[in-house]
Design a protein around this ligand. Structure first.
Ligand code: ZN
Length: 420
């Protein structure tokens, strides 16, 4: 019997294929699979309690995985039950959710996987579904993963801010640069104040917070205060990536003030559009850009000085002992004497204030590549998702994209393992 074979291939537990009905849907060739119930009894969709009698029923049609090149729909009778605990509820079935878009679980899983590597628009075209439905499915899947993710065994964390949209709008990303599940992004919260982080701690759990020993972060007081308040044994590390970011900003300010002060046409021409050449590492500037840089530095002693200081500052991280690193920093600051570079001095002051935390890398090596990479990746996702408007969805997308174990594309293994 072909229907028997179909039934076992479909794996629709409790239902049998009765007949197939070819037709059309949205101008596409389609097949409706009519199914017949073979299980007796029902299960409450809320609490899982077995209920013998159905309360009432209606016909439901849900979209399923493509059958060859035909759209496929499963049609079956769905009951509501009168549960002694929950009242009247839709029954639970193994191949389709109680709520949400009208798709089978297998199709929902595939769509969620496809959304990791394709735009929602292309997934919609590929599966002949509305973009809104695709988003809804993806959001539900990610919400579930985020709610059920394991959080134990974390001792090293990272906190970083990211600009969102126009204006001074920041989100805080809290990550795990290294941990039992590899690097992962734990959560994204709106704002970068101590108050905004409170939500995160509530979600993460008090006892888990107590076990965190190290945190990698920017020199930003609200982050420091928040971690000090929630993790008693915390050692704060101000990492290279963040410190250098402030240094580059300072050098850029020198560039801007030079531009304003020296109005000469020739000099302005030299300076215009040279931001990235000036801020890139010297070893990475080659060819024409290198010539332009040399001309620029020859024309402005102040910029030359700032540039040299910028280039040498990275050495700080090559020291293995705190004493030597401290000595290096003193010498570096000495070179700022007799110069009038306000932004550079401010930077030096800031570093001075946080020096203990900066030199903490001497005792504890944390792989910093992840913090930097996460920042870049999140920026890309935000840029791509600029039209989304749904903040919760964007946050989940960032979390997924920056957590390798979540973003792994496994279109079929997931669907297979779930049935066994
Ligand atoms: Zn119930």
């Amino acid at each position: 019997m072909p229907e028997n074979c179909l039934t076992s291939l479909l794996e629709t537990q409790g239902f049998r294929v009765k007949r197939l009905e070819p037709g059309f849907h949205k101008g596409q060739s389609s097949v409706v699979v009519h199914m017949e119930r073979i299980i007796k009894g029902h299960t409450c969709g809320k609490c899982g309690q077995a209920v013998e009698q159905g309360y009432d029923s209606s016909w439901q049609e849900v979209q399923h995985l493509m059958l060859w090149h035909h759209l496929c729909f499963l049609r079956f009778e769905r009951y509501r039950v009168n549960c002694p605990r929950c009242g009247i509820r839709t029954e639970a079935l193994e191949f389709v959710d109680v709520r949400g878009p009208r798709v089978s679980l297998r199709l929902a899983r595939l769509v969620a996987e496809l959304c990791k590597v394709m735009t929602n628009k292309s997934v919609g075209l590929f599966q002949v579904m509305h973009r809104g439905t695709i988003k809804e499915i993806d959001k539900r899947a990610m919400t579930k993963v985020q709610a059920e993710r394991p959080l134990d065994g974390i001792t090293v964390m990272g906190a970083d801010e990211i600009a969102v949209g126009r204006g001074q709008n920041y989100w805080t990303m809290i990550s795990v640069p290294e941990g039992p599940r590899g690097p992962e992004l734990l959560n994204v919260v709106e704002g970068r104040r101590e108050k905004s982080l409170r939500k995160f701690w509530k979600w993460f759990g008090k006892d888990r917070a107590r076990r965190v020993t190290h945190v990698v972060m920017d020199m930003w007081a609200p982050f420091r205060n928040s971690f000090k308040a929630h993790c008693p044994d915390i050692q704060i590390i101000y990492d290279k990536f963040h410190v250098i970011r402030h240094l580059l900003n300072a050098v850029n300010d020198v560039r801007k003030s030079e531009f304003k002060k020296r109005a000469g046409k020739r000099f302005r021409g030299l300076l215009a559009g040279k931001k990235f050449i000036l801020l890139s590492r010297l070893a990475h500037v080659r060819g024409k850009s290198r010539e332009a840089l040399n001309d620029l530095l020859a024309a402005s002693p102040k910029l030359l000085k700032a540039h040299l200081l910028k280039e040498s500052f990275g050495h700080l991280w090559s020291y293995k002992s705190r004493t030597c690193a401290r000595r290096f920093f003193r010498q570096w600051v000495d070179q700022l004497k007799w110069t009038r570079m306000k932004s550079m001095r401010q930077f030096a002051k800031r570093v001075e204030k946080h020096l203990d935390g900066i030199l903490a890398f001497c005792d504890k090596k944390v792989s910093l590549g992840y913090v930097e990479a996460t920042n870049l990746k999140a920026k890309n996702i935000i840029r791509r998702a600029y039209g989304f408007r749904d903040k919760a969805y964007m946050k989940l997308k960032i979390i997924q994209g920056c957590t390798p174990w979540m973003s792994q594309f496994r279109p079929w293994t997931v669907t297979h393992s779930s049935s066994s």
